[in-house]
Design a protein around this ligand. Structure first.
Ligand code: F6R
Length: 252
């Protein structure tokens, strides 16, 4: 696990975009796993800038998003489909057919989850998966105490996740209570993982994920067992870490 400690959100976003862009330049037909939420917004802005100013080419890139709310249509402003179009896909030269996001409106959810896994496999697996982390240690929408061996599945969102995500909705009641999410097993199959976290409200989750015991109560703790994880955290998110215990920690 490589950990980069950066001053702030802007530096985290730039560093993350540089890593994603490097992956794309090394392998122009890379399969990227993408996250939504506040954390990667800055990274997407940087990637859009790189596309416009440095010709960063998305024409052969395939993407798979981690998750989508269950029951929200694509045109709902809070759907992750809407988020991705708005923050990234509408501004780059990706082929629409290469974009994959679980369909939260599908009636046969089991079939949709199986289809999603099959699409990932057909694409050759995920080369680089970008992750944020929930205050409760979730990755994707794999909430505490879910099985580590889960593939893409329907999840019931934790109270804490619903409260945290209510900031995007007009009221708490409007936040969907379920989502389709890649499972921990899907995430762990990615060749490389890039975990991002900023702000003091993520500090405890980061400490438990990076230093704590590996257990389903802290879903992100499983990342300690992945062979190629890069973590970029800002100063506030690193506040609870015992920094001297991380030999691969780099300051930048
Ligand atoms: C989003 C996702 C979630 C978020 C996490 C942090 O696709 O899978 O795990 O990464 O909830 O969200 P923010 O970045 O809004 O704090």
């Amino acid at each position: 696990m490589r950990i980069y400690l950066v001053d702030d959100y802007e530096k985290m976003s730039k560093k993350a975009a540089t890593i994603v862009a490097s992956q794309m330049r090394i392998k122009p037909d890379s399969v990227l796993g993408l996250a939504t939420g506040s954390t990667p917004e800055g990274m997407y802005k940087e990637l859009v800038k790189m596309h416009k100013k440095e010709d960063l080419d998305f024409s052969e890139i395939k993407t798979f998003n981690l998750d989508e709310y269950y029951g929200l249509p694509k045109d709902n402003r809070e759907s992750y489909y809407f988020y991705m179009m708005n923050n990234l896909f509408n501004h780059i030269n990706i082929k629409k057919g290469n974009i994959n996001i679980p369909n939260g409106m599908e009636e046969d959810i089991k079939a949709e989850c199986i289809r999603y896994e099959e699409e990932i496999e057909k694409a050759g697996g995920i080369d680089l998966q970008v992750l944020g982390i929930g205050r409760n240690g979730h990755i994707g929408f794999n909430e505490p105490n879910l099985k580590f061996e889960a593939l893409t599945h329907l999840v019931k969102l934790d109270e804490d996740t619903i409260t945290a995500n209510s900031r995007f909705f007009d009221s708490l009641d409007e936040v969907p209570t379920k989502a389709i999410s890649m499972g921990i097993k899907t995430i762990m199959h990615s060749r490389k993982i890039l975990l991002l976290a900023n702000g003091k409200e993520k500090a405890l989750a980061i400490k438990k994920a990076l230093e704590g015991p590996i257990k389903p109560e802290v879903p992100a703790s499983i990342l300690q067992l992945h062979i190629d994880v890069t973590v970029i955290i800002d100063k506030e998110a690193s506040k609870e870490l015992n920094l001297e215990d991380h030999p691969k920690l780099k300051w930048s």
